[in-house]
Design a protein around this ligand. Structure first.
Ligand code: SAH
Length: 231
């Protein structure tokens, strides 16, 4: 695994270093333990990924709007998903579905060998590119496309993280998960009808072993829906 690439980010996030250190402290209190992950989150300047008007709230433990009805995920949820993927092994080659503003992709790029991130909304994909330019992460590739299809040309992936909630695990993502690989994704409850139950979601961990896939259902979460096609 590569070390945390702090040198690329030096200077960019200096002014917000203390606020970020407080965020990292909170993540520790919330149970995040991986030191490399905490260091990566202490390095990526999260305020650069939200609109100027919201930048003062960038380090709160909350999701925030990033236009087009989408959100930047809550720091704890970003950390939790990556920690589940990393536990006991390197992240390796990673696929992220749902680039959004590019924040999680930047954190992943600090920790993984190689990261591919797909976004279906072209304007968000382009904004993410702009947000990430100054960070010069040479192991991160952004793709405009429908994450339901994964990314055949770069598969297989050791780790897949999905940042939008589907009803079922997309088949292409299962196929593109390497043997021994792990995927983390929010799934909407099966058969939930109208009303509050319809929006119930849980994080699900999928592990690809020698004899097939094992799914473990984890904490309740709230993500925007995984949608079909490019926009
Ligand atoms: N990873 C982001 C969170 C983005 S929110 C972060 O760091 O905060 C989820 C994103 O998933 C939205 O930008 C949404 O447009 C995108 N999305 C939804 N369905 C998708 C699909 N089928 N393929 C790719 N991206 C999708």
């Amino acid at each position: 695994m590569n070390g945390v690439r702090t040198q690329n980010l030096a200077g960019i996030g200096m002014t917000s270093e203390r606020t970020r250190a407080r965020m990292v402290e909170r993540l520790r209190q919330q149970g995040i333990e991986d030191e490399q992950l905490l260091a990566a989150m202490g390095t990526v300047p999260r305020h650069l990924f939200v609109d100027d008007a919201l930048a003062h709230r960038a380090y709160e433990d909350t999701s925030l709007p990033i236009n087009f009805g989408q959100t930047i995920s809550q720091p704890f949820v970003v950390a939790k998903m990556i920690e589940l993927l990393m536990r006991g092994r390197p992240l390796g080659r990673v696929l992220e579905v749902g680039t959004g503003c590019g924040y999680q992709a930047a954190v992943l790029a600090q920790l993984a060998h190689e990261v591919y991130s797909i976004e279906r909304i072209r304007e968000l994909h382009e904004r993410a590119r702009g947000n990430l330019r100054a960070l010069r992460l040479h192991n991160l590739r952004l793709v405009h496309g429908d994450g339901h299809l994964g990314l055949e040309k770069a598969a297989p992936f050791d780790s897949i993280v999905v940042a939008a909630a589907a009803r079922q695990t997309p088949q292409a993502l299962l196929r593109q998960l390497a043997p021994g690989g792990r995927m983390i994704l929010p799934l909407r409850s099966q058969g939930a009808g109208a009303g509050a139950a319809a929006t119930a979601q849980r994080l699900v961990l999928v592990e690809r072993g020698a004899r097939g896939f094992r799914e473990t259902s984890l904490d309740p979460v709230r993500f925007v829906p995984l949608q079909s096609g490019k926009a």
